[in-house]
Design a protein. Structure first.
Length: 200
């Protein structure tokens, strides 16, 4: 994700793809264990979602890495960005709750995932995959051939997640984050239509 760093706009040609499993400790290869029955629906961002999304981001990332209101607002409002919001199906009282979101943008032929956030209680239910694949489909429809993103080298959950989705390491940005942690730039070709990877 783009966190107080520089936007990577380089095309993917001529870049060696490293296999992500090299960087993953064995314990991140555990299988799904809960949340299998939860239903989510996706829709486009509405202005009145903003505070909820910002609060979710505060819960998903450490202070200093989580976005300020201003940062999140600027990414959501970028001319070529889009934001997809996931809602948990309405309960008996008719209320649905936001469980996660993704912000992405099309930079010409290269798509860029700016952030993906799923609340802890909704993780390992396939929601992150659903958000990511829906964003990849949108990027395809905007003529993107590849998608790139940044993730902290110590974010082993995210690395396991992206590996499952077919991403590979393109390069390392030293001290990319404000806490001094390096970022991997990960990428994936959008040539193949997306399919939800069977889980379990
Ligand atoms: C990364 C994130 C979006 C994943 O969302 P999610 O809804 O849990 O993802 P899914 O349920 O679709 O996971 C799909 C697969 O990814 C892998 N995976 C996801 N989280 C994992 C974890 N904590 N440990 C190991 N593997 C994991 C698994 O292979 C999983 O399939 P399985 O559950 O059948 O084993 C979520 O953990 C999150 O919001 N984290 C905080 C914010 C963040 O780090 N964002 C990404 C930064 S770039």
């Amino acid at each position: 994700m783009l966190r107080r760093g520089k936007l990577s706009r380089q095309p993917l040609g001529n870049v060696f793809f490293h296999k992500l499993e090299v960087f993953l400790p064995q314990r991140e290869k555990q299988s799904r264990g809960y949340n299998d029955e939860v239903q989510f629906s996706l829709r486009d961002f509405r202005a009145d979602d903003f505070t909820t999304l910002w609060e979710i981001d505060q819960r998903c990332f450490a202070p200093g890495i989580a976005y300020s209101r201003r940062e999140l607002s600027s990414y959501i409002r970028r001319r070529d960005s889009f934001t997809i919001v996931a809602e948990q199906a309405a309960t008996a009282d008719g209320k649905s709750t936001v469980a996660g979101f993704i912000v992405a943008e099309a930079n010409g032929k290269v798509g860029h995932v700016i952030s993906i956030d799923v609340l802890p209680a909704s993780r390992r239910s396939g929601l992150g995959s659903k958000l990511l694949l829906t964003a990849e489909d949108r990027l395809r429809s905007l003529d993107c051939r590849n998608v790139v993103l940044e993730t902290a080298v110590d974010n082993t959950a995210a690395l396991a997640f992206y590996k499952r989705q077919g991403y590979s390491v393109l390069k390392v940005h030293p001290r990319y984050y404000s806490n001094g942690v390096d970022a991997f730039v990960l990428g994936k070709s959008l040539a193949q239509p997306s399919t939800l990877t069977p889980t379990g």
